[in-house]
Structure formats: C-alpha cells, structure tokens
Design a protein around this ligand. Structure first.
Ligand SMILES: Nc1ncnc2c1ncn2[C@@H]1O[C@H](COP(=O)(O)OP(=O)(O)O)[C@@H](O)[C@H]1O
Ligand SMILES: [Mg+2]
Ligand SMILES: [Zn+2]
Length: 304
C-alpha cells in the first residue's frame, strides 16, 4: 500500500528519530540489556533508563512496560525498547505488518535491523470505561482481518483492552499488535486427526477447531511456532523500508517500499514523510568485538 500523497519516483525527505537520538553505542548497550538472562524484564528497566540518560536521550513520559517491551515518549512519538529476544521479534513483527493493518493500529515508522527499538505513533491507551464503550467497534475491526491474519492478545476481553487505544481524531486502534501472523505464511490447524482450520470465537480470544471443538488460546498456538519459522516469516526488515544513514535524507520513492506519512509534533504545517529502517554503522564483526568488550566490563562491575 502506498500513501495516497506519495508516488513512485517522488523525492521525499526522510527523518530518523533513531539516527538522531540513538547512536550505535546506545543501541548496543540496549541490546546487551535485552540479552541479560539473569535479570527479569522489570529489573532491566532502571538499566535502560540509565543508558538513555547517559546518552542524553530527551525522552518525556515513561509509558511503562508490557511483557517484552518498554515504552517512552520522545519528540511526540512512542519508542518501544525491547526487553528481551521476544521483544525484538515483536518490534520487527509490528514493523513488517503495519502496512497491512495500517488503518487500525498505531503506525510503526522506524526500526533497526535487530528490532531493539521501534518508533511508532502515540495512541492514548484505553481505560476500562473506554473498553466497555468500544467493544462493538473492536469486534468490527478484528473481523476485518479474520481471513488474512491471526492477531493475538487483542480480543475483546478485560485482559486485552490495554492493547487498544484512541487516536487524536477519536478513532480507535491497536497499540500492541505484535502477535500478528499471516495465514498465508502459516495455516493454523488443530492437532486432532481431522486437522481442522482453527476459527475465532466471537470475541477473538480463542480459536476453536470446527471438528473436535477444542479451544486454543493464542499462547497455545504461539508455542507451536518455532524461532526459525518466525525468522523465515519476518525476514530482513532492512528490505521493507528506506535505509537511513543520517537523521535527515532525501530519498526517491520506490515501488514496493511503503511510506507512512508522519507529522512533526510541533510544526504542524510541515509534513514529514518516512518509513525508515536504519542500520547500525558498525560492521557485524566490529559489533561483536564491542559486545565482547562490554560483556567483560559488565562482568567486572558486577550487578547491584
Ligand atoms: N502506540 C502507543 N501509544 C501509547 N502507548 C503505547 C504505544 N505502544 C505501546 N505503548 C505503551 O508502552 C508499553 C509497552 O508496550 P506494548 O506494546 O504493550 O509492549 P508488550 O508487547 O511488551 O506488551 C505499554 O505500557 C503500552 O501502553
Ligand atoms: Mg502489551
Ligand atoms: Zn480438532
């Protein structure tokens, strides 16, 4: 899908919030924190904040954490920082599928190859009252994607309403849609001998086998998807967008590479277009060398 206002061949100015505020060393340090196995995800948050402060990232509000990611507000955008390997996959997954579900999710603008950070549109999370007021609308949205995607943890339930929110214009959207899987990539079948294609219940909280009526939670289904299958499905995010090497660059719009229009928060008159993937400047070997050194440093410091 191409943004209506942008044509193939047009010149566009792309800006990168990641290039502006997240130098390679910071990305590496955040990556190291995400790999730390001896800490819980909650315990990692102070280390993340310490890194952001150390590198002078001028974030505003702290949005808090879900299961695998921590959110901050930066220049009016949300930056989701992965707390572990699953969080990195979640960021890449949202970036990969955003164009397919664009009207109904927080727009994902920018990421890096590893998925350690994702920049996306701010959406005011639902209160419980918002949830009760918007259930019909939620069902309607979820129904749109029934055939093409499996989207977990966004069903109409008191467990999931925090993954929904309201945009500035009053429309509602999913703000956490990381458990999105394309049915064209993988068919979700029951393990019974009839191998029924799983179907949603009315509220999209479970999937049900049409033959044996077994109820599957999204957790059950996810556990059946291997890491290799995930990697094969998501592929290289660097191929999905425009690769920026500086905070601001002119690019030519290419066919097959989508652009999501992004408004700069304060200067409302000046439209900014971009959907970017940024790469780290270091080579893989340089990164590994750096990681090793850093690992040593961390070990020598010990943990508090
Ligand atoms: N687009 C968004 N707008 C506002 N807040 C967000 C947005 N995306 C995530 N958040 C907040 O950031 C935190 C973590 O994000 P979330 O996507 O829920 O992570 P997880 O996948 O780990 O559950 C949550 O507190 C959530 O409310
Ligand atoms: Mg969440
Ligand atoms: Zn079955």
């Amino acid at each position: 899908m191409m943004n209506k206002n942008v044509q193939v061949g047009d010149k566009i100015v792309l800006r990168s919030l990641i290039k502006k505020y997240f130098p390679p060393d910071l990305l590496i340090n955040l990556d190291l924190i995400s790999r730390e196995k001896s800490e819980t995800n909650t315990a990692k948050i102070p280390y993340i904040l310490e890194e952001l402060d150390k590198f002078g990232v001028p974030y505003g509000s702290k949005l808090g954490s879900g299961t695998n990611r921590y959110g901050i507000l930066l220049d009016g955008y949300v930056v989701k920082i992965a707390l572990d390997a699953a969080g990195k996959i979640d960021n890449r997954r949202e970036f990969k599928y955003v164009m397919d579900v664009l009207d109904d999710v927080s727009k994902a603008y920018e990421t890096v190859k590893t998925g350690i950070v994702l920049v996306c549109q701010y959406i005011t999370p639902f209160s419980i009252d918002d949830f009760y007021d918007n259930q019909e609308q939620m069902r309607k949205i979820l129904k749109k994607y029934d055939d093409l995607y499996l989207i977990g943890d966004v069903g109409v339930s008191t467990d999931n309403y925090i993954n929904w929110g309201t945009r500035m214009d009053g429309s509602i959207a999913m703000l956490d849609y990381a458990y999105i899987y394309s049915t064209s990539f993988k068919n979700f079948m029951c393990t019974c001998e009839d191998e029924g294609n799983l179907e949603y219940d009315a509220d999209h909280n479970y999937m049900i086998c049409p033959f044996c009526r077994k109820k599957w939670s999204f957790g059950d289904i996810r556990r059946r998807i291997t890491k290799d299958e995930q990697e094969a499905e998501i592929g290289d995010v660097m191929e999905l967008g425009y690769v920026l090497r500086s905070p601001e660059e002119e690019h030519i719009v290419e066919a097959g590479k989508s652009v999501v229009k992004m408004k700069k928060p304060k200067k409302k008159k000046e439209p900014i277009v971009k959907r970017v993937v940024k790469d780290e400047d270091r080579t893989y070997d340089e990164n590994m060398e750096y990681l090793k050194e850093f690992d040593e440093m961390v070990k020598n410091q010990g943990t508090e």
